[in-house]
Design a protein. Structure first.
Length: 229
């Protein structure tokens, strides 16, 4: 049995049954939904690992589903759609889809795309790098615990999420828009102001000398960087 649980969102019964039969034959666990409303119920109740998403649903456009999911999750989404125009593909990918497969599609191609997702999830799983270390900072992903110089530091859920985002991108400048999109799914001016508050709190809790920060660097008007110490 494959580790992935896949949600198939497709209103065409024949296509939905074909995908279900394919997944079952290759020992994937799966659930199905025939509408946007059904998809959202499954997403919130079942927490699948991957979504195979048709765009032309009877009650909701698939792009809107992608945007909704991206507001709270990095769940891999593979679009499977009869829409073949470049503008449709760009709209779905810009909304946050990970891949786009055009109908009619081959079973082998679908399985290949799933294998790519499976490899990516395996690489990004916390167990593949259980502890992040940068200078005196340690993040124990499995325990969701943060330590500085061996001492445990209490963070709020949002502070921890923000710290993990920096750790994943250590050495890179992250723009205000990128960070707020990842944290809250939007980039309103008020969110940027809130981000400044979180950054001040992280510095106070994690920097040896908060007034002279070494771990976090501010790029005025652009964003922040976690330096590699």
């Amino acid at each position: 049995m494959n580790d992935l649980t896949i949600l198939v969102v497709e209103d065409d019964a024949s296509v939905r049954n074909l995908m279900a039969m394919t997944l079952r034959a290759h020992q994937y666990r799966y659930r199905t939904a025939a509408s946007g409303e059904g998809a959202m119920r499954e997403l919130t109740a079942r927490a699948p690992d991957v979504v195979l998403l048709d765009l032309g649903l009877p009650d909701m456009d698939g792009v809107d589903i992608i945007k909704s999911v991206r507001a709270w999750s990095e769940l891999p989404i593979i679009v499977i759609s009869a829409r073949s125009e470049d503008s449709d593909k760009i709209a779905a990918l810009d909304a946050g889809a990970d891949d786009y497969l055009t109908k009619p599609f081959s079973v082998d191609e679908l399985l290949a795309r799933l294998r790519v997702v499976q490899r990516r999830l395996a690489r990004s799983a916390p167990d593949s790098e259980p502890v992040f270390v940068n200078g005196a900072l340690e993040i124990d992903y499995r325990a969701a615990e943060v330590r500085v110089a061996g001492q445990t530091v209490a963070l709020t859920p949002n502070e921890y999420k923000l710290l993990c985002l920096f750790a994943k991108n250590a050495g890179k400048v992250l723009t205000h828009t990128y960070i707020t999109d990842k944290l809250w799914g939007n980039s309103l001016e008020s969110d940027v102001a809130t981000l400044r508050v979180f950054m001040a709190s992280l510095r106070r809790k994690l920097e040896t000398a908060p007034a002279q920060p070494k771990l976090f660097q501010t790029h005025v008007g652009i964003g922040y960087r976690m330096n590699k110490l």
